[in-house]
Design a protein around this ligand. Structure first.
Ligand SMILES: *Cc1c(COP(=O)(O)O)cnc(C)c1O
Length: 379
C-alpha cells in the first residue's frame, strides 16, 4: 500500500460484529476473561482503539511496532526508560523546550547525563560520544530554528558506534520523512501536532522496528502507564486519515509565507528549509517530500515583536502547532521560556524570533493578515 492508502486503512479493518467502518471507541477499563480473546485483560495494557492507532502509526513510519502515549512528553519519558543510571546521551542543541527541560531538570537527577551539541555537523556529534553514550537524540526539522539533521549520516554514525539513534520527527510527520528508512532505531512524535492535526487532542507516539527495543517499550508503556484514552486514540486516528491532504496544503502555504516574509523590509531573516539559502536545503530536499508547514522569522527590530503579534487578527497567538488553523508564537517568552536566557540566546532564540505554524486557510488571507500586522506594528 502507498502512503495515503495506509493513512486511511492501516490497522483499521471493518469491525467484525457490525461491519462498522470506523474502529469503535472501546471505552472500557477491563474485559471479561470468560468471553475475551486476543489477550485483552486491562486497558492500560491493551485496548482495541489504541491497537488500531498503534498499527496505523507503525505502518506510516515503515516501522514494525507502534506505541501510543498520553502526550509527546509521555512518549519521550517512556523512551528514557531504555537508559540506566550512568548512561550518557548526546542531544541536539535545538530540541523542543519540554524535551530539554525533561532531560536537564528531571532525568539528570536519575543519573543520566546529557551533552547538547549541534547535530547539523556530524563530526561534532561523533566527538561528543563517550564510552557510556547509549543514545543520540535528534530532532529534524528543529524547533524553532528549523535546522535539518542529515538522517542518513546520523543513522550511519549510530550503526558505526553502536549507539541507539532516536529522531523526534514531529515537525515533519511520516508523510514528509521516515527516519527508520535512514537507519534510525526509534522515531518519536507528539501526535498533538500534525498527526492529530485539529488542535483537539494531546498525544504522543513511538515507532521502532527493533524487536528488543519494542519489547522493552511495551513493558515500560504498561509499567509507567502513560497511555492515551481510547477517545484520544480515536481522535488521532481520525487525524492521520487526512494527513497527506493537510500536509500538502500546510507545505504549499508555508512556502508562500516564507517567500512573502523574505521580501519584507521589517523581516531580517526567514528560517525555512525550502528556501535555497537555508544551510541544509539540499539535505532537506533529499530526505523530505516537501519542506513542512513551519516557518520561523526574525524581525529587523526585535522590540516590535509584541506589537506585531498583537496586531494579527486571523492568525492566533498561541503555543502548539500542526493544526489546520494558523498559530503563531514568540519562543523567547512562550515555548522556550524554560531554557535559561544565556543558553537560549546562544542558540539563536532571540527576542525578535517568531515561530509560525502555517495552517490550511486560504493563503491570501494569511498574507493579508501578516502584511497588515507588519505595517501596523511598524507604523
Ligand atoms: C510538542 C512537541 C513535543 C511534546 O509533545 P506534547 O504532546 O506537547 O507532550 C515534543 N517534541 C516536539 C518537536 C514537539 O513539537
Amino acid at each position: 500500500m502507498r502512503f495515503a492508502t495506509k493513512a486511511i486503512h492501516a490497522g483499521q479493518e471493518p469491525e467484525p460484529r457490525t461491519g462498522s467502518v470506523i474502529v469503535p471507541i472501546y471505552m472500557t477499563s477491563t474485559y471479561s476473561q470468560a468471553v475475551g480473546k486476543e489477550g485483552y485483560e486491562y486497558s492500560r495494557t491493551k485496548n482495541p482503539t489504541r491497537d488500531a492507532l498503534e498499527s496505523n502509526l507503525a505502518a506510516l513510519e515503515d516501522g514494525r511496532y507502534g506505541f501510543a502515549f498520553a502526550s509527546g512528553m509521555a512518549a519521550i519519558t517512556t523512551v528514557m526508560t531504555l537508559l540506566r543510571k550512568g548512561d550518557h546521551v548526546v542531544v541536539a542543541d535545538d530540541v523542543y523546550g519540554g524535551t530539554h527541560r525533561l532531560f536537564r531538570q528531571i532525568m539528570e537527577g536519575y543519573g543520566i547525563s546529557f551533552d547538547f551539541v549541534d547535530f547539523t555537523t556530524m563530526p561534532s556529534v561523533e566527538a561528543a560520544i563517550q564510552d557510556n553514550t547509549r543514545m543520540l537524540w535528534a530532532e529534524t526539522p528543529t524547533n524553532p530554528l528549523l535546522k535539518v539533521v542529515d538522517l542518513r549520516a546520523l543513522g550511519k554514525l549510530g550503526r558505526a558506534t553502536d549507539v541507539m539513534t532516536v529522531v523526534d520527527s514531529t515537525f515533519a510527520t511520516p508523510y514528509l520523512q521516515r527516519p527508520l528508512d535512514y537507519g534510525a532505531d526509534i522515531v518519536v512524535h507528539s501526535t498533538t501536532k500534525y498527526l492529530g492535526g485539529h488542535s483537539d487532542v494531546v498525544g504522543g507516539a513511538v515507532v521502532t522496528s527493533d524487536d528488543g527495543v519494542s519489547e522493552r517499550l511495551r513493558f515500560s508503556q504498561n509499567a509507567m502507564g502513560a497511555v492515551p484514552s481510547p477517545f484520544d486514540c480515536f481522535l488521532v486516528l481520525r487525524g492521520t486519515k487526512t494527513l497527506p491532504l493537510r500536509m500538502d496544503r500546510h507545505c504549499e502555504n508555508a512556502s508562500e509565507v516564507a517567500r512573502f516574509l523574505q521580501g519584507r523590509k521589517e523581516v531580517a531573516k526567514v528560517h525555512y528549509p525550502g528556501l535555497g539559502y537555508h544551510p541544509q536545503h539540499d539535505i532537506a530536499k533529499e530526505q523530505m517530500r516537501a519542506f513542512g508547514g513551519m516557518v520561523s522569522f526574525v524581525l529587523s527590530d526585535e522590540a516590535k515583536a509584541e506589537a506585531f503579534l498583537k496586531a494579527l487578527r486571523l492568525i492566533i497567538l498561541g503555543e502548539s502547532l500542526g493544526g489546520v488553523e494558523s498559530l503563531i508564537e514568540h519562543p523567547a517568552s512562550m515555548t522556550h521560556a524554560s531554557i535559561p536566557k544565556e543558553e537560549r540566546e546562544a542558540r539563536g532564540i532571540s527576542r525578535g524570533l517568531i515561530r509560525f505554524s502555517v495552517g490550511c486557510e486560504d493563503v491570501e488571507d494569511l498574507l493579508e493578515d501578516l502584511e497588515r500586522a507588519l505595517q501596523a506594528s511598524h507604523a
